[in-house]
Design a protein around this ligand. Structure first.
Ligand code: PRP
Ligand code: URA
Length: 658
């Protein structure tokens, strides 16, 4: 697994001030979603089902439970799940708060049961009953099912008697700010577009006089949230159980996706350690506890996973402190009263994007998994799910009703298991299966492919890189650093070198020592910038032979243009280290390696100072046998093909040509 370096790792506790600031960042990331869920559930149900203070406290408690269940090995915050907005609202309409909360408890129990089964028999069965053709339409239904509530929050639903122009302006403004943040924001701000949208819409609402502050004035500074407890506040009833509980299957599938994404971000396979059974158990017990206190189901979700990637902080200590902050916020009466004064057009403005965003994620599941809609069976499954999920269907068996989204989920799972494959589809299915087998084979090799990337992990390297990247660093120092880092990379690349036994005599005694046969190696700098690294490597292996390959990038197409190639005659018998400070699109590196392979070279390594994910991907695809050694894996390429943050044009900086 590609370890994208974390600045603070899972079990590291940061210094106190940093700890507080980082935890607050997580609170901001979870805040938008966590407060929106109670507001939207109440709006859709037409009565108070959930409260913001309880949602905040239960998300904090849930996160602490999750940390315990995962033995402090999975750094993510749990917030209120959007998937349950419609089911909880429908459940409350059908069977009151008691019905909604009993349904939420069952969701937690389903997670726990699935976690136990996975611990015993593995997770393959889950993928069989919940393939992309079931999950994609379900996620679309979750988003689209909420569309009408967004429209009425804005105040423009068909039949609205007097449309409030101020309300529409606020909704439009909130929508535009949220959209612009999504499009243009950088770093942490990119993770919290909905929160920024709500804050901006709220400020405009205050200016336009749409906010009623009387609940804030009336609220106490500190107040205990109104926990809703079974047998104290209500008698549990299963009347809405089938309307709410089946959605757990969908959120479990999302849970797997989220944890796979988080694993890639932190470079540790969470599906293996602490294991999917433990992460699911964490979500399940968190949801069960939340429901016992009157809160919505808790789950991991996109914003909280992304914030780990953006901040490169994976510390569970930070997540734990964020959870404690959320619990404390729930007890601040004035604060939660202030949140409750957010006018509905503000919520309408963010929801316009948010619900569509959820629906589009469902589409993405279908597209990314290449679900083939020329097959009738896929059309039947998706069509029936969409119509049942969005058409307001409900089936009642005695006192129990299964409605809308849950009915769609149950029908989708059953149709997928029961529908036969059509005759002409069988052949295709076989090829599909063969494809999947191949994909699985590829997946097995993937680990190997991923392992071709080696990132130097050393504080001194980071220190040197920071000087190298600095645009104030002059040519002389830049050149010396490129060479020095080249030497470090050479040490790393030679980690697997085989050594020969030689007999030597120390001033004390004779001994059989190990020596490198330097004649087995050649260096191949890519002109110009690669020559900057050469000195460093020659210092380490002075007898290696040296070839040169000349190419520059066409500024328009970014494709390499060759202009020189001269290599030692016996190059094919040598292991060749290709040198280039920058692996950007990967065009130059891949082309150089291709030319070497044409010369018969079989052992090749690629050494660079800074790599872009795009270049790494291209090299891993075109030359999966070539190990890449880099001092840093940067964020991305910009529109001109330069690495960001990068260091600028390496050749120009080494040779002072600009
Ligand atoms: C730079 C760099 C690499 C190439 C990387 O060379 O030294 O060779 O760009 O980009 P790529 O991965 O997108 O191919 P440049 O073309 O600027 O030539 P130079 O060494 O003469 O500066
Ligand atoms: N080449 C460079 O020199 N720098 C980059 O950022 C990309 C390609």
């Amino acid at each position: 697994m590609n370890a994208s370096k974390m600045t603070i790792d899972i079990n590291e506790k940061p210094p106190i001030w940093k700890w507080i600031i980082l935890a607050l960042q997580h609170v901001f990331a979870m805040f938008g979603a966590t407060i929106l869920v109670p507001i939207l559930v109440n709006g859709a149900a037409g009565s108070e089902v959930l409260t913001i203070p309880v949602a905040l406290v239960t998300s904090g408690i849930g996160t602490l439970i999750y940390i315990l269940c995962t033995k402090g090995k999975s750094p993510v915050y749990l917030g209120s799940s959007f998937a349950f907005i419609t089911p909880l609202a429908t459940g409350a309409v059908l069977a009151g708060i008691g019905g909604a909360m009993t349904g939420a408890m069952l969701v937690g129990l389903i997670y726990v049961i699935v976690a136990l089964i996975i611990a015993i028999v593995g997770k393959e069965w889950l993928q069989k009953i919940l393939p992309p053709i079931v999950i994609g339409p379900m996620i679309m239904i979750i988003g689209l099912g909420l569309a009408s509530s967004a429209v009425s929050s804005i105040g423009i639903a068909a039949g609205t008697e007097a449309i409030s122009i101020k309300g529409v302006i606020v909704a439009l403004f909130t929508f535009l700010v949220t959209g612009l943040v999504m499009l243009k924001a950088k770093g942490f701000f990119k993770v919290v577009p909905f929160l920024i949208g709500i804050a901006s819409g709220y400020i405009l609402s205050c200016i336009l006089g749409l906010v009623d502050f009387s609940p804030v004035l009336a609220a106490a500074f500190f107040s205990v949230p109104d926990f809703v407890i079974p047998f104290v506040s209500y008698t549990p009833t299963f009347a809405a159980a089938l309307t709410i509980a089946p959605i757990a299957l969908v959120t479990i599938a999302e849970h797997i996706g989220d944890h796979t994404a988080l694993s890639t971000i932190i470079g540790k396979d969470l599906i293996k350690e602490p294991g999917l059974n433990r992460t699911l158990l964490g979500d399940g017990l968190a949801t069960l506890t939340a429901a016992l206190l009157g809160g919505p189901p808790n789950t991991t979700y996109g914003e909280n996973t992304s914030v780990v990637g953006m901040t490169k902080v994976a510390s569970v200590w930070v997540i734990g402190l964020a959870a404690i902050f959320a619990i404390c916020l729930g007890f601040l009466g004035k604060f939660t009263a202030l949140i409750s004064t957010i006018p509905s057009p503000v919520l309408g403005g963010v929801s316009l994007l948010l619900y569509g965003f959820i629906a589009v994620n469902g589409l993405k599941v279908l597209i990314e998994n290449r679900v083939d809609f020329s097959k009738s069976r896929n059309v039947i499954i998706a069509s029936s799910m969409l119509v049942l999920g969005l058409g307001g269907a409900a089936l009642t068996f005695g006192s129990v009703t299964v409605s809308g989204m849950s009915l769609a989920a149950v029908v989708g799972v059953l149709l997928n298991l029961l529908l036969p494959h059509e005759d002409e589809e069988k052949e295709e299915t076989k090829t599909e299966e063969a494809k999947i087998e191949k994909e699985e084979e590829k997946d097995e090799n993937k680990e190997e492919v991923e392992n071709t990337l080696n990132i130097l992990d050393h504080p001194l390297v980071e220190h040197k890189l920071s000087i190298l990247r600095d645009k104030k660093t002059g040519t002389k120092e830049f050149r010396e650093l490129v060479s020095e880092l080249g030497m470090f990379l050479c040490y790393e690349a030679m980690r697997d070198a085989s050594l020969d036994d030689v007999e030597i005599e120390t001033p004390m005694t004779k001994l059989i020592a190990k020596r490198l046969d330097e004649d087995k190696y050649a260096f191949l700098p890519i002109l110009r910038a690669g020559t900057g690294m050469l000195d460093g490597l020659i210092n380490v292996i002075p007898n290696a032979k040296i070839g040169h390959i000349g190419m520059y990038r066409n500024e328009e197409t970014l494709e390499p243009v060759r202009y020189f190639f001269k290599v030692p005659k016996d190059i094919k018998n040598r292991e060749v280290l290709v040198l280039d400070p920058m692996l950007a699109t990967g065009g130059s590196g891949c082309d150089a390696i291709e030319q070497l392979k044409k010369e018969g070279v079989t052992k090749i390594k690629f050494l660079c100072l800074i790599a872009a994910p795009e270049g790494v991907k291209r090299m891993q695809e075109e030359h999966p046998d070539v190990k890449i050694y880099t001092a840093a894996l940067d964020e991305k390429l910009n529109e001109n093909g330069y690495i960001v943050p990068g260091l600028g044009d390496a050749g120009d900086r080494i040779f002072g040509t600009k």
